[in-house]
Design a protein around this ligand. Sequence first.
Ligand code: ADP
Length: 398
Amino acid sequence: MQVLVINSGSSSIKYQLLEPDNGDVVASGVVQRIGEPVGDGSPTIEHKSDGKTFEHDGPIADHGEGLRLVFDLFAKSGHDLAAADLGAVGHRVVHGGEVFYEPTLITDDVVRAIADLSTLAPLHNPANVTGIESARALLPEVPQVAVFDTAFFHHLPDAAKTYAIDAETAAAHGIRKYGFHGTSHDYVSGRVAEVLGRDRSEINQIVLHLGNGASASAIRGGRAVDTTMGLTPLEGLVMGTRSGDLDPGIIFHLIRAAGMDVQQVDDLLNRRSGIKGLSGVNDFRELGRLIDSGDAAAKLAYEVYIHRLRRYIGAYLVELGRVDAITFTAGVGENDARVRADALAGLSRFGIDVDPDRNTAENRSARYISPEGAEVAVLVVPTNEELAIARASAALVG
Ligand code: ADP
């Protein structure tokens, strides 16, 4: 059986056709700049299968047209979806609110409920709904499954998920810590247990998902007990373009003193802050080059990033009491040895060490970077949200 996994954003669709049993990717691709005028630049669809790349150039009006063109490219590349053994389409959905905390078979009611949750995720859920509707229209016979980014954190302890604000107001507006990147934290912590050769229920872990978006989680015996993202994916760690934690008073100050409105503050904190806001770039490869060239702003951005990360590592060490594994994943976590070394520097007295040779070794697979026999295993584990979504979808449709 094969599963088509779809991750649709406001102007993009990422997709993979894969076999959930062995993780083999049959084809994958990305549709970009949906609804935007297209000039010179990269193709709007890049489709990869069997080591070949197929491209589409030209404007794409909406998600429906984007998916139709993707289906044409599947057929052109010899993997016609109409003839494939397609067991399910799995959709990544960002916000499940209080309603959804398990992979869910998509019906009209489910689509409406995901759309209703758009107040909590105005950038993401509407895009997810558009992707779902387009896929259902093109593949009406294939079961479609929604897998929620918030699900893994649904059962956070009350003390961790409750904001200390007026309880009635919070209840009326669904205000709690929901957490995001849950599919990744769940998948990676499962892989950690496999690498350690231990049952997941026996081990305590900290998972550091450091990509463009970034979040950390504390996991006790396979269950998340805390995470850095909150009501929205803005809270917590410093990210590529997002501020992460700040004094909420800054928002009032910006409104009163700088005359900004809600949309401007939203834009500032989500798109013009974080590493980009401090240094001008949001990609860690560029940041590293700037630091090496002596750029003071880049150095400060990096130090702020590491400072925040270490603060949460410390918090989760205390929260868990005993930690068996600390794991780095996602674009920065998997690739940036400097970040990994600095995040855990000087923690030998807690049993936490990073071996410099292991840390800088060229290796793409799940691996230890702590020294042989270390008390706390420090690992790098590549995340694979598509595979996790495919497996969850396949399990649901049987
Ligand atoms: P997203 O949150 O968009 O899924 P990813 O997990 O793919 O993000 O991470 C993307 C980020 O990873 C890039 O913006 C870049 O900062 C970082 N990154 C990717 N490759 C490297 C590398 N070789 N070294 C350092 N950072 C990298």
